[in-house]
Design a protein around this ligand. Sequence first.
Ligand SMILES: [Zn+2]
Length: 411
Amino acid sequence: MNRHVWHSARLCPTGDSTYTINNAALAIEADSIVWLGNTAELPEPFARWPSTDLQERWITPGLIDCHTHLIYGGQRANEFARRLAGVSYETIAREGGGILATMRSTREADEDTLFMQAAERLSTLLMEGVTAIEIKSGYGLDLVNERKMLTVARRLAAVYPISVYTTFLGAHALPPEFANRSDDYITYLLNDVLPPLADEGLIDAVDVFREKIAFTPAQCERIFEAATKRHLPVKAHAEQLSHLGGAALVARYGGLSADHLEWLTDADCKSMANAGTVAVLLPTAFYFVRESKLPPIERLRQYGVPMAVATDSNPGTAPSSSLLLAMNQACTLFQLTVDEALAGVTRHAARALGAEDKHGILAVGRQADFAVWSIDSLAELAYWMGHRLCERVIRRGEEIYRRMTLPYEKK
Ligand SMILES: [Zn+2]
């Protein structure tokens, strides 16, 4: 059986920098933490187990990316370049660009191609200390292709040492075969797509895209009704481009999270707080599309709504594979504190996945998922941009990643 002690570290067990342990040790047996505390107090028999001296490096819980569209065909760098050269978004959309371009390339790609492309992005996140991730469907927009995306997500979880939570986002955009028939599309999703995919065990949660350019409240509610009947938790892309009541709707259904939230109102904050719905902030998308309307962070604080931070990794508005960058952007653009950003990628992100019993904090009896960082203070996690800060990743007690040292680097 795997038994190991990681000692002489600085430990931040709950993603809260006001509660840390200096000269800390973590004893691991099989996939769980069996002891944690001060190295000097390490009891028998742990003191005799194989051990690693971490020389005062920091340990945090494994990071959690709770909102991604990691699986898609192709990419849209060309569109990005054309927009920078002055071509309007409308022109690009008229020529078949945007989300429907990704839908086409996703439909065209076979399962192996989607797997390999997503695996590269997943590995990049993993090497940054991410041990759990949410992955949405929503570029297939029909039964065959939504199934293909969700199957790839399950395959990634089987091959890579990372926990994957799948979200069905059939209500992401209207596919061309249903042009001007959005009610019919929702009926199709509810009759022909959601039931088989749920029965096949491919769906952990259900998401909707509640925007003017997407689906109406009544349509989102039909989806939520169907999900609730199947005991699937719900969430929504809400209040990103205007205020349309998506967050209040999620709260009414006791949903896991409402995500984006630039146009959230006081009343929404209150409903979310009462329902225990997490506010998932996506500052990389805010940055990439150069939004100016800030989410109401102070109000979220006042009402005590837990805030999570995620990459939103997707080819249109957040072509990112860095959760540390999202932390930095949450701090610089939204003025989160370092503590809020850290909670946002650990315990609050776990809650946004409905998995707070499995991820997000380190304690005796919990799964041993953690990252070891070559930093002097926790603030560095949100401070550096593009640095390789993560030295080791341990998941379920096993070291699954160790940073390579170049021959001419100091050890
Ligand atoms: Zn999204």
